[in-house]
Design a protein around this ligand. Structure first.
Ligand code: PLP
Length: 450
């Protein structure tokens, strides 16, 4: 086993230095965080190095936070320049010009030909909480409609909006007060009898029934939806479903909140995932890749909705940190000027072709889906029963890590590989990653006995 192994070469994970850090972590870091065995020492573009000097291709991207690559030159330069000038302002008192510039940029690049306002925060959960607060204040209503398998964060309110029980909600008491949940369209596991294979219509019918079964529409302040579910399994809602949802909102005075924390900023081949449907949301949230690793999130939307909240009602000590704002600006400029949407679409085509071939060869691959490079690959023990195969998925991701590819799963059963490489990845890096991943799948794939 090598220390200092190159991508594709076998290595021990953790290596000796990593193992020592694992021991120290166990003594001092809270268990609730989960248990990493990878300790980073350096990262650039689509590559990372661990403390033992081993090199990796990073298809995790810090959970989708580095669409423009690790340590992007433009971002690093802007942040360095900013932190040497001033490093903190309390935005309600002394704001940086980059806060305003980023707000203007976000208004320019988001759908909706109407007056918009922007507020900056720190995490995705905070952006979601504030979107909900604004919607409640604007409508004077309390209830929020969310979806099965949704993920919107871990704070008390967003944990309620989130749907996975075991991992995120278990033992924390009542979380879903004022929260109503409808099924999210899931073609691969659709439980409804369909007319003309129109699964979007079947799921829309379920949303329409909410008014009779769970909460009258005139009590609902907002619908919150991920156009492509992230943690829930990389599942894209069909455009007709999103359009139907928009109509329900229009007909009933409900605010449409589009959570783009994971799907936004180029991941799906458009700047925002919702653009694939043509639907214009009232409010949007962004985070993750927005700050390229610096702490930054945004809630933005119709002026009258955001401005329904009185001064002091939304905010926080660190929201709109100057270094985060310049990182956000350079991130967006990089996506635009380096044509990362075109790159994402080319990568998506390559990935889909390769995955179509893999699906033909390996029984494990039950479903391949997604939008742009936001691709989910669902592993099943048997294509007929569709029983999830989480243990095999874990085995594959361990094998990949030992050969220098970082890749993770999502979904309530942890059986869906999600592809989150930085969009600046080189063609040969993408191909090499697929080779490593496919080798690992081949080693564990089994023919059916029936
Ligand atoms: N919304 C979505 C769609 C997410 O994927 C996430 C995080 O994964 C969040 C909200 C919460 O973001 P954060 O972890 O920054 O609070």
């Amino acid at each position: 086993m090598n220390a200092g192994a190159k991508i594709g070469e076998k290595r021990l994970v953790p290596g000796p230095k990593g193992a020592e850090l694992v021991k120290r972590r166990e003594r001092c870091v809270g268990r609730a965080l989960g248990a990493p065995v990878f300790f980073a020492s350096r990262a650039k573009g689509a590559r990372m190095w661990d403390v033992d000097g081993n090199e990796y291709l990073d298809w995790i991207g810090g959970i989708c936070c580095v669409n423009v690559g690790h340590c992007n030159d433009r971002v690093v330069k802007a942040v360095k320049e900013q932190v040497e000038k001033f490093n903190h302002v309390f935005a309600p008192w002394h704001m940086s010009d980059s806060y305003v510039e980023l707000a203007e940029k976000l208004i320019e690049i988001t759908p909706g030909n109407f007056d918009k306002k922007v507020l900056l925060f720190n995490s995705g959960a905070e952006a979601v909480e504030n979107a909900v607060k604004a919607a409640r204040r604007y409508t004077g209503r309390y209830n929020i409609l969310t979806f099965e398998r949704a993920f919107h964060g871990r704070t008390l309110l967003t944990m309620g909006l989130t749907s996975q029980v075991r991992m995120y909600k278990y033992g924390f008491g009542p979380t879903d007060i004022g929260i109503i949940r409808a099924p999210y369209p899931y073609e691969y596991r659709c439980p409804y009898k369909l007319e003309n294979s129109n699964y979007a219509a079947a799921y829309l019918k379920r949303v329409a029934e909410v008014d009779k079964l769970y909460a009258s529409f005139d009590s609902i302040a907002a619908v919150i939806i991920e156009p492509v579910q992230g943690e829930g399994g990389y599942i894209a809602a069909p455009p007709e479903f999103l359009k139907g949802l928009r109509k329900i909102c229009d007909d009933n005075g409900i605010v449409f909140i589009d959570d783009e924390v994971q799907a936004g900023l180029g991941r799906t081949g458009k700047m925002w995932a919702i653009e694939h449907s043509g639907v214009v949301p009232d409010v949007m949230t962004s985070a993750k890749s927005l700050g390229s690793g610096l702490v930054l999130s945004a809630t933005l939307g119709k002026k009258e909705i955001l401005d329904a909240v009185d001064p002091g009602g939304l905010g926080g000590t660190f929201g709109g940190n100057p270094a985060s704002c310049v990182a956000g600006l350079q991130t967006i400029k990089t996506i635009q000027e380096d044509k990362l949407l075109d790159k994402a679409n080319k990568q998506a085509k390559f990935a889909r072709d390769r995955l179509a071939a893999m699906k033909g060869k390996y029984n494990l691959l039950g479903d391949v889906r997604g939008l742009g490079t936001m691709i989910g690959v669902e592993l099943v023990k048997d294509r007929k029963t569709k029983e999830p195969a989480p243990e095999t998925a874990r085995e594959i991701s361990n094998k990949c890590r030992e050969r220098g590819l970082l890749i993770v799963t999502c979904g309530p059963f942890h059986n869906v590989f999600r592809l989150m490489w930085p969009l600046v990845i080189q063609d040969e890096e993408l191909e090499k990653g697929f080779d490593i991943w496919e080798d690992a799948i081949r080693e564990v794939d089994k023919p059916y006995s029936h």
